[in-house]
Design a protein around this ligand. Structure first.
Ligand code: ZN
Length: 301
């Protein structure tokens, strides 16, 4: 099992919520799947943390992904967090990957990695409307970009702190909610206080301390209500079945053309390095099943 957990919390008498996340093991597993240059590994770590932090407050089954697309040596990066159920005992699942050139220096900054970059946040509930928000990568840090995204898109003041070291990955987020408990003046005062306290958390403390100690260290004079901690697992959602569906989606003619040139169709998952091979017989079984399913469907309508 994993120590990776997400700990949500609220203040009893303030319209502010927060989440603490530890993601050491999950990040290690993702980074082991490809040979990433140090600045890419560090940014991917932060992206995985952010995908989880933003998922924490969503009460839905589905996917939340964070992507960066740019014209610099980092072409594309994505981190995704999934909730398969709204049962608080169930883990969140993360995965992530990046595509990049060889020309990345060991100290490359965010601006050097991502030129003219865009940060895209997509929320895909299993049921319901897909949502997408986009913000320019025009801050010096990923945390700054996400804070700016929330400010621009939802006018929700947000505080995000991320740490990514060789053996520790953690994040901390606070968000001011629309007022329900107090008037605007009081809410401003509350936010300033909580934000100021949170700003005293050092990177070393965030890297080392468990959630309860972080909350005690920052907010021992406030009334904090913590939710059930939820585990976070690195887990890919690829499967032989999904790959089969993708092959069927190519169409019979295209599949037969490929099989004339090679013995099998091999699909590699770039998230988890799993290989799925479909030889001629496998492919024909898939195509036959598809024809049969179409016939059954037609007969039923
Ligand atoms: Zn996979």
């Amino acid at each position: 099992m994993t120590n990776d957990t997400m700990q949500g919390f609220m203040f009893a008498d303030m319209d502010i919520r927060g989440v603490h996340l530890r993601l050491d093991q999950g990040v290690k597993t993702v980074l082991n799947q490809q040979d990433y240059p140090a600045p890419v590994a560090s940014l991917l770590t932060e992206m995985l943390i952010v995908a989880c932090l933003l998922s924490a407050n969503l009460k839905l089954r589905g996917h939340l992904s964070v992507q960066i697309r740019g014209a610099g040596p980092l072409k594309w990066m994505m981190a995704e967090c999934r909730q398969l159920s709204d049962d608080p005992e169930q883990p969140f699942r993360v995965k992530g990957m990046a595509q990049f050139d060889d020309s990345i220096g060991p100290q490359a900054s965010l601006a050097e990695l991502v030129s003219e970059g865009r940060l895209i946040i997509t929320i895909e509930p299993d049921k319901g409307q897909r949502y997408q928000g986009i913000v320019l990568v025009d801050q010096t840090t990923l945390a700054g970009c996400i804070e700016s995204y929330f400010y621009q898109s939802e006018q929700l003041p947000t505080h995000i702190q991320l740490v990514s070291t060789d053996d520790s990955a953690a994040g901390f987020m606070l968000q001011r909610l629309p007022q329900t408990l107090s008037d605007e003046t009081q809410a401003d005062v509350d936010w300033e206080l909580i934000h100021a306290l949170a700003s005293t958390l050092t990177a070393g403390e965030l890297a080392q301390l468990p959630a309860d100690q972080v909350l005690h260290r920052l907010f021992h004079e406030q009334q904090v209500k913590v939710f059930t901690p939820r585990p976070v697992l690195q887990q890919c959602d690829c499967s032989r079945e999904r790959c089969g569906a993708a092959i069927v989606g190519l169409g019979k003619t295209a599949v037969e053309e490929i099989l004339e040139e090679q013995k099998a169709i091999v699909i590699d998952c770039h998230f988890c390095n799993q290989h799925y091979a479909f030889d001629t017989v496998d492919c024909h079984v898939l195509l036959e099943q598809d024809v049969m399913a179409a016939e059954v469907n037609a007969a039923m309508h």
